[in-house]
Design a protein around this ligand. Structure first.
Ligand code: PEP
Length: 252
């Protein structure tokens, strides 16, 4: 059975103090919600990760890192390794976010290496991919998504896939207020599931959660989440305040 997931990507937002406050608010609010086969994940920035991990230890809230170095250790100034993330009891990492691809030069090839390092260190991965507007307009969105997934993930074994969560994020819908229609999301998610089904055993396909990301808000979440192949959302803006984020958890 596929888990439902609502994951909040805080990006480069929230100071240490602000992050502490938001975690506190989320912990309080989540007690009021009955979760059924649903995972709730937050991804604060590195400086706030350990505190968030500690403070959510005995709660249902899980914590993820937003990035990770492909290398295990050594002379890589400014980088954070998988084992460092694990050492503060964080078991998840977001990889391949479109902002990392666009501003920090991450490619399908470099992401394949990060994926391998994360899995070697027993980190579960939220793997992001999605087309830019031009590609959608040209009708190339299926081809682009297929390549991104194949290049970064299709070398993995079925066993590895137990630790993969997919996040389809059309770049034109991220932080723009423009959302893919529920039908567009469903169409792409069904395509992705079929793609995985052609390469892997049915167990992988049955268990892999596919999240949608791109301007999901309390006002549109229910409709998107109700689609058969949409197992939840990766949320940016609406994850930055407890009320909105909890509305999304309720929506699922
Ligand atoms: C994201 O950055 O993953 C995202 C989906 O952002 P937003 O919800 O703000 O569009």
């Amino acid at each position: 059975m596929r888990s439902k997931i609502v994951a909040g990507n805080w990006k480069m937002n929230k100071t240490y103090q602000e992050s502490k406050t938001l975690v506190k608010e989320l912990k309080k609010a989540i007690k009021e919600i009955k979760l059924d086969n649903t995972r709730v994940i937050i991804a604060p920035t590195f400086t706030n990760l350990q505190k968030a991990s500690k403070k959510t230890k005995d709660t249902v809230i899980e914590v993820a890192a937003q990035n990770m170095c492909a290398m295990e250790s050594g002379a890589y100034t400014g980088e954070i390794s998988a084992s460092m993330i694990k050492s503060i009891h964080v078991d998840l990492v977001i990889l391949g976010h479109s902002e990392r691809r666009a501003y920090f030069g991450e490619t399908d090839e470099s992401l394949a290496k990060k994926v391998d390092t994360a899995l070697k260190n027993n980190l579960e991965i939220i793997f992001c991919f999605g087309e830019v507007l031009e590609e959608r307009k040209n009708g190339n969105h299926f081809k682009v998504v297929e390549e991104q997934i194949k290049k970064a993930l299709f070398h993995l074994t079925s066993e590895d896939w137990k630790h993969i969560i997919l996040a389809y994020e059309p770049v034109w819908a991220i932080g723009t207020g423009e959302t893919a229609s529920p039908e567009q999301a469903q169409e792409m998610h069904a395509f992705i599931r079929e793609l995985v089904a052609e390469r892997y055993i049915s167990d992988v396909v049955e268990k892999v959660s596919i999240l949608y990301g791109g301007s999901v808000k309390p006002a549109n979440a229910k409709e998107i989440f109700s689609k058969e192949d949409v197992d939840g959302g990766l949320i940016g803006g609406a994850a930055l305040n407890a009320e909105d984020f909890m509305a999304l958890v309720k929506a699922i």
